[in-house]
Design a protein around this ligand. Structure first.
Ligand SMILES: C[S@@+](CC[C@H](N)C(=O)[O-])C[C@H]1O[C@@H](n2cnc3c(N)ncnc32)[C@H](O)[C@@H]1O
Length: 527
């Protein structure tokens, strides 16, 4: 990124100044010092203890502050106070923890008399294989929302850059992690998605409308020992031209809000237009077989089915899997984001005005509620794309990237197999599926039988006796048709009728991952 207006957070109040961000020049040296001091996710847990560590993730610093007092003036406690708790440290203590002169010269620290202060938040972050990574962000907004400080950075070039929030880790967790040549992180912020991508992509491009974010991404990558990324400033896909990628990820500024106050969350387009545009344009930037994965919000508009709304966003040539994880009515939604910005702590009249603005906007667009969820596209160029739009608000097993891959593999299988082919197919009951029977206590027969997964999406589905019996014997050795014939015999049913009516249920069990197709007769190896 050339010629960006580079500015940095200037302290506790989170205002921004026009001085430059730290230079990554001696990042390797600094990284070495942080690691030798034990300034890692595990080291923090040891020093702070679980409650204070967890409190930090909720942006509560008091328990950690108390814990570092017990930790004394050692290097780890000093680093925690400086980079996580925004406390000044005596120069001599800092000198015992890191190459202080280089850190001052490069701008990681600033000196005031005998004390030094951090200029940025540096937060240990454990990678998927136990890597010790660091996320660099503006002071005062490392976790979750900006709590009011973001509202001061109105211009895209001066807007604050947040650290890792729940949305960031959710996206990182659902991302498909297979080795790829090229990956794009759109709206990179602190660079967390780019950092993950650098782990399995040969070349990573990170973009952001806020040039400061690109500088933070550079620092995050350098301090984490990751390769440099291509950093491009600009909105949505504009900075990448017509480049295409194997993987595109974005945790975009998806909040549907009146006005574009906060660059990190308000896309500045009306309603859910930013998410729609992102999804619609992604298809043209995917290589064949490539994945695009986004978090998003969408409007629930009076008289319109939300499924149809998001389905209409899916670009030509792409399969899609869209999962609505949560829905909030417009009042809950407005309150959530008013709080995120710290507006609830502002003057009550101002809070009321902002709240009204929000509700006015929703009223004008006939929006009743807002959905939040995950959108995954896969470019297949299939003549009949598979577009699954569903609601699954229950807990899932993270990371979920492999489950996402498996979902699309199953769609390929189902597309290629008509009912006759399904009946001659062989299936394995997926690992850790259990059967639950629901009914009145003491009753002889259950009212219904539920199959439940303990892995991946942790789905549950109601099945009838045939479905339960069928799933139970799927060990890959017999074809589906042969199993049905045996069940028909047992239940004294007409096998032709059973073969006729069951493929739909088999299709559903395969689609939802309860049954896994195997290429031929197979014997289950597990007990
Ligand atoms: C919610 S933050 C996500 C940051 C980071 N990727 C993560 O997962 O934590 C959204 C980011 O998108 C950037 N952004 C806002 N509007 C944008 C636009 N029109 N085009 C590209 N990036 C944008 C913001 O500056 C911010 O860094």
């Amino acid at each position: 990124m050339e010629g960006a207006a580079i500015v940095r957070g200037s302290g506790h109040n989170g205002g921004v100044s026009t001085t430059s961000l730290p230079s990554p020049e001696h990042a390797a040296e600094l990284r070495g010092a942080l690691l030798s001091a034990g300034f890692t996710a595990d080291g923090l847990l040891d020093l702070l203890g679980a409650p204070a560590y967890a409190a930090l993730a909720r942006s509560e610093t008091v328990p950690a502050l108390r814990a570092t007092r017990v930790g004394g003036d050692g290097p780890l406690a000093t680093l925690v106070r400086l980079f996580l708790l925004q406390q000044p440290a005596p120069y001599v203590h800092a000198a015992g923890a890191l190459p202080v002169e280089a850190a001052l010269a490069d701008g990681w620290l600033r000196r005031e008399g005998d004390e030094v202060h951090a200029t940025v938040d540096v937060r240990p972050y454990g990678g998927p294989d136990g890597e010790d990574w660091f996320i660099v962000s503006d002071l005062g907004c490392a976790v979750g929302g900006a709590g009011g400080i973001g509202s001061r950075g109105r211009e895209p070039g001066t807007a604050v850059v947040l650290g890792v929030g729940g949305a960031s880790t959710t996206l990182a967790g659902i991302t498909v992690r297979v080795p790829v040549a090229t990956a794009l992180d759109l709206g990179t912020g602190s660079g967390i998605q780019a950092l993950h991508a650098a782990h399995h992509a040969t070349r990573v491009t990170a973009t952001d409308v806020n040039p400061r974010a690109l500088e933070f991404t550079r620092l995050t990558l350098a301090l984490s020992g990751a390769p440099e990324a291509e950093l491009l400033a600009g909105s949505l896909f504009e900075p990448v031209g017509d480049a295409t990628y194997d993987l595109i990820v974005s945790n975009p500024p998806f909040v549907i809000s009146p006005g574009a106050r906060l660059t990190y969350r308000d896309g500045g387009m009306s309603g859910d237009d930013l998410c729609r545009t992102l999804v619609q344009e992604a298809g043209a930037h995917l290589n064949p077989g490539g994945y695009a994965q986004f978090l998003g919000n969408w409007q629930h508009v009076e008289g319109e089915d939300w499924h149809d709304r998001v389905r209409s966003w899916v670009p030509r040539g792409c399969d899609a899997w869209i999962v609505q994880r949560d829905v909030q009515d417009v009042t809950q939604y407005a309150e959530l984001w008013l709080r995120d910005a710290g507006d609830h702590r502002a003057d009550p009249a101002e809070y009321q005005r902002r709240y009204e603005d929000w509700l006015d906007e929703f009223e004008a667009s006939k929006t009743k509620a807002v959905g939040f969820g995950w959108i995954t596209l896969r470019r297949t160029d299939a003549p009949e794309p598979s577009v699954v739009v569903e609601e699954w608000p229950h807990s899932v097993e993270q990371p979920l990237g492999d489950a996402v891959l498996a979902h699309f593999a199953r769609q390929d299988y189902l597309r290629a197999h008509d009912d006759a082919a399904l009946l001659s197919g062989h299936f394995l009951l997926a690992a850790e599926v259990v059967q639950e029977q629901v009914g009145a206590p003491g009753a002889e027969d259950p009212e219904h039988v539920v199959l439940r997964q303990n892995r991946g999406m942790r789905r549950a589905t109601k099945v009838d006796t045939v479905g339960a019996g069928f799933a139970g014997v799927c060990d890959g050795s017999l074809s589906a048709g042969r199993i049905l014939d045996a069940i028909a015999q047992l239940m004294q049913e007409d096998p032709v009728v059973l073969r006729d009516r069951t493929p739909e249920a088999i299709r559903m069990l395969v689609e939802q991952g309860f049954l896994e197709p195997v290429s031929g007769p197979a014997q289950r190896s597990a007990p």
